[in-house]
Design a binder for this molecule. Structure first.
Ligand SMILES: C[S@@+](CC[C@H](N)C(=O)[O-])C[C@H]1O[C@@H](n2cnc3c(N)ncnc32)[C@H](O)[C@@H]1O
Length: 488
């Protein structure tokens, strides 16, 4: 059937970061399209889809499936209408169909326009694998759609597939190692406490070293024992010293208070907006905790803190409002909406370390909204005043529930309104900086004892974007700081 071309209002369309991440948009392409448009070039219609059940919005939403650069060009040039075709002519349930839409968008992009880079394809493959625990999309099917070999798909997603094949026993062992009581494990796995005890006591911890000497890699071994990769590594490293663990994981131990890690280590934690490197957590554990200490992660996201605690034999309690436990994938992250006004503190024991990595003000606001399916909102959608008040309340609550030796590790970055503003014209009252967090900590009874710089990579910007910033004297920020505080 021939698709019908229609005109739609540019401003009625929605950019969906799951289907097309902001980082993948190329300013160079938009500028080139703008120039072509100015001399009369005609563009093919973009592809759109009406959806319902879109996170946070009750009415129908029309999302762009293909043609984000053409749409952005029209937006930037103030053109009100754009030609479009519908992918399906009836509205679709967003939650049920978002994987299909992502794949359709990726497939369109492999064949025309600003072709997807290898990194984009990897992200699509990993997003699809993560939302498809039943493995409906085989490696062959993904390879065909994304125009790469099956082997490439395999290297991109094998860790996710290994985790999805994780069996129930390994979930029980994971929770037990993180410090969960047998009673609590029995509750969430719907098993009897006796059966849980049996599994923990009889855990015949596999012969990882034998398989390693046979030349098998850790992904193979994890799949072989139906365990997730982090647990497999934890078992391999069990009983070694922290320093030996750093060495075996291939992580250089930083001696100074500048922790530069360009990439997240994909073996640990899930893909998650604002995901942080496991190495950063490992260093915090190394310097500020000892084996068996209890770590609290109040906003755990993709679970990289519990994974690192497993590796370094620390206990961990983790919470997030975006419950990840849907497919029993990460039962160690419990649902909790921090609303310090209610003063609820769901932690069972006083923690030795609180590792707190909240959203950096409004950064990734949309992505966090999409991750939550409850009516509660991420603090990234708060006003500046409420956001600051949240921390004041949270730090007070944490102080009340800590012990004298508890360490608070707080990660955040300066938020400045720099995107289109020359440095000299920035309004400081719009910004929230590390100095603000430092003051809030101080006001609530915490004393900052270390300031560790953990900068983000600057490579996420294209040469063109950097040039534009320089021309306009915009001063970017890649700083990210870990404040270490103790009770005064
Ligand atoms: C920066 S992310 C954490 C990323 C995580 N450290 C990782 O590497 O995957 C911040 C998290 O805070 C959660 N969050 C935001 N507001 C919250 C609230 N009021 N209560 C609980 N979680 C919240 C978001 O869902 C998000 O997953």
């Amino acid at each position: 059937m021939k698709q019908q071309i229609m005109k739609v209002n540019v401003s009625d369309l929605t950019w969906d970061p799951f289907i097309y991440p902001r980082g993948a948009r190329s300013q160079k392409t938009i500028t080139a399209y703008g120039e072509a448009f100015a001399v009369g070039a005609i563009f093919p219609p973009i592809m759109i889809q009406r959806v319902f059940n879109y996170p946070g919005i009750e009415t129908l939403v029309t999302i762009v499936v293909d043609g984000i650069h053409r749409w952005s060009t029209f937006q930037e040039n103030g053109i009100k209408e754009i030609c479009a075709v519908e992918f399906k002519d009836t509205p679709l349930d967003y939650e049920e169909n978002k994987t299909m839409l992502l794949l359709e968008s990726a497939q369109c992009n492999t064949s025309h326009g600003d072709r997807l880079s290898s990194n984009d394809k990897k992200r699509v493959a990993r997003d699809i694998a993560s939302t498809d625990p039943e493995c409906n999309y085989t490696e062959d099917a993904l390879a065909q759609k994304l125009g790469v070999t099956r082997q490439t798909i395999n290297t991109w997603i094998s860790d996710i597939r290994a985790r999805q094949k994780t069996n129930r026993n390994s979930i029980i062992i994971r929770l037990s190692r993180l410090g969960w009581t047998q009673e609590k494990i029995a509750q969430i796995t719907e098993m009897t406490q006796g059966r849980v005890a049996q599994i923990i006591n009889n855990a015949n911890l596999c012969e990882i070293n034998n398989l390693l000497t046979q030349g098998r890699n850790m992904e193979y071994i994890a799949a072989h024992y139906q365990m997730d990769l982090a647990l497999t590594w934890a078992i391999r490293l069990q009983g070694k010293t922290d320093q030996e663990k750093f060495k075996e994981l291939g992580w250089g131990l930083r001696t100074w208070d500048q922790w530069n890690f360009n990439e997240c280590d994909e073996r640990f934690g899930d893909d998650w907006p604002g995901r942080i490197p496991a190495q950063l957590i490992a260093h915090t554990l190394y310097y500020f905790t000892k084996p068996n200490d209890l770590v609290l992660d109040p906003m755990a996201g993709g679970g990289v803190v519990p994974d690192t605690c497993l590796l370094f034999e620390r206990k961990c309690q983790a919470f997030d409002l975006a419950a990840q436990d849907k497919q029993g994938k990460r039962p160690e992250i419990e649902y909790h909406h921090w609303d310090p006004k209610t003063e609820t503190w769901p932690v069972t024991k006083k923690p030795d370390l609180i590792f707190f990595d909240p959203p950096y003000y409004t950064k990734k606001k949309k992505e966090y909204e999409q991750k939550t399916n409850k009516d509660t909102s991420s603090i990234s959608s708060y006003t500046k005043k409420d956001y600051k008040q949240f921390f004041k309340n949270f730090f007070t609550l944490a102080h009340k529930n800590a012990k004298p030796s508890t360490t608070l590790a707080f990660l955040n970055a300066d938020w400045r309104d720099f995107e289109s503003t020359p440095a000299a014209e920035e309004k400081s009252d719009k910004a929230i900086t590390i100095f603000d967090y430092h003051s809030l900590l101080s006001e609530t009874g915490w004393k900052t004892i270390f300031r560790i710089e953990c900068p983000l990579s600057s490579e996420r910007l294209t040469g063109n974007q950097v040039q534009k910033m320089q021309d306009k004297r915009i001063l970017g920020t890649i700083g990210r700081t870990l404040l270490i505080a103790k009770i005064k």
